[in-house]
Structure formats: C-alpha cells, structure tokens
Write a protein that binds this ligand. Structure first.
Ligand code: SAH
Length: 238
C-alpha cells in the first residue's frame, strides 16, 4: 500500500470508530431519557414518593437486564419475558414493593427469585447488603455474571428460596418475587423482629395478593393485603 493510501485507510478506520462510539453514547442517552420518562409517568405519576426508590429506578439500566431483543421494550409499562418461562416484573410493581419495605441504608435484605437481577440491583442502590436466591440454575448464573461488574456486592445464590438463606440471617427486610400459596416458615424465622416482608400470596395462576408481613416484637405477625397481582409461581426443587 502506498503511504497516501495507508493514511486514508487509517483516517477512515478512525472515523468509523468515532462514529461507533458516538452511536453507543446516543443509544445510552436515549435509554436514559426513556428511563427518566418511565419514572415520571409510571412511578412518581402513580404515587410512589420514596426518594431512594425513585433515585434507584432512575439509575439502574433496566435495558441491560432483559434479553437483547427485548431491550427496546425495557422501559414500557409491562413485565417482560427473560427466558425459562420467567418474567421481569413491571417497573411500577418493582417500585411499589421496594417503597413498601421502608428500606434504610444499613439494612440487610433477602430476595427470593433473582430472575434477571434487576430488583436486586434496585435494592443494592439503597441498602448495605443484598442476598438473592434463584432456583433456575441458568438464570442464577446469568444474573451472577450480569451483576458481577455493575453490582459486585450482591450475593447471588442458586437454590430453593423456600428455606431462605440462613448464612445472612436475620434480615431487616425480605422480598419474594414469585407467588407462594403460603408464607414459607423459614422466611418468617429469618426476618428480624420489627422487620418487613412483601410477598405475593395466592394460587399459581389464580388470584394473588401482594401481602405485607410485619414481624412485631414477641414474634407477633401482622399481615395486610396491599394489591391484587399476577406473579409467576413459586416453585420447589423436585
Ligand atoms: N425479581 C426478578 C423477577 C423474578 S420472576 C427480576 O427482577 O427480574 C420470579 C423468579 O423466581 C423466577 O426467576 C423463578 O425462577 C424464581 N423462583 C421461583 N420459585 C423459586 C424458589 N423456590 N426459590 C428461588 N427462586 C424461585
């Protein structure tokens, strides 16, 4: 190649590179705008006022928690499929559950149902320590890899959340993101006195209620139905 040709080739490659980088920046900026709009209309617009919850929802890049072909839908007002018959919850439900836990920065929180890892990331923006358990090995592994760079402090466990996770107990708050027919005993045991748990309770494909469980002193439990919901079923290892 002549010197001139070489120079042109180099200049062209540099231009293409600059364009590619620019396109990525524009895309990231588009997603950020979509995310801010989502919080404004779907979250704050529907009555969520807890500032840490709103800040976390504005920050966590939800489009990076869904399959690539779903990324353009990530900020829509709906749940999305994440493979293996599972779904990432609708943004409003994620925010609603997070707000209801009344999280404090020093909290240790347990999540049952890691799925994509999105809810765990939202929690990690707010509290000191997050443990999350996923029963489907492939999803647990995918979430572990995804979170390793962005949220390295989260502990992802592959296992049956029915038994909770004794190693991290007791928890200030527990969040269950699959619908259980009853509240697993181990989760009540592993909740601190004064702690709160939100859990969808009901039949797998029928009526379910998002339920608030509060553990008062002396192990007295109070439960309150918050919202009718539709979650994927809480499954058990066979
Ligand atoms: N919180 C998730 C959405 C979860 S969907 C997110 O932010 O993406 C519910 C998840 O619960 C599914 O991935 C399902 O495999 C998991 N799950 C169901 N039963 C479980 C159990 N017994 N223990 C742990 N995970 C369970």
């Amino acid at each position: 190649m002549s010197k001139i040709r070489m120079k042109i080739a180099i200049k062209l490659s540099v231009s293409v590179l600059v364009l590619l980088v620019a396109a990525r920046v524009v895309l990231a900026e588009d997603y950020r705008e979509a995310r801010l709009e989502m919080v404004k209309t779907q979250i704050a617009g529907r009555g969520i006022t807890d500032e840490p919850t709103l800040a976390a929802m504005r920050k966590v890049p939800r489009h990076q928690f869904v399959p690539e072909n779903m990324a353009v839908h990530a900020y829509k007002d709906r749940p999305l499929p994440i493979g293996y018959g599972q779904t990432i919850s609708q943004p409003y439900i994620v925010a609603f559950m997070t707000e209801r836990l009344q999280l404090q920065p020093e909290f240790r929180v347990l999540e049952i149902g890691t799925g994509s890892g999105y809810q765990a990331a939202i929690l990690d923006e707010i509290v000191k320590k997050v443990y999350t358990i996923e029963i489907i090995e492939e999803l647990a592994e995918q979430a572990r890899q995804r979170l390793a760079n962005m949220y390295p402090d989260i502990t992802v466990i592959h296992g049956d959340g029915y038994f909770g996770w004794q190693e991290g107990a007791p928890y200030d708050a527990i969040i269950v993101t699959a619908a259980a027919e009853f509240i697993p005993h181990a989760l009540i045991e592993q909740l601190k006195e004064g702690g709160r748990m939100v859990i969808p309770v009901g039949s797998p494909y029928g009526a379910q209620w998002l339920t608030m469980v509060e553990k008062a002193s002396g192990d007295v439990l109070t439960t309150e139905r918050l919202l009718p919901v539709r979650f994927v079923p809480f499954t058990r290892t066979k």
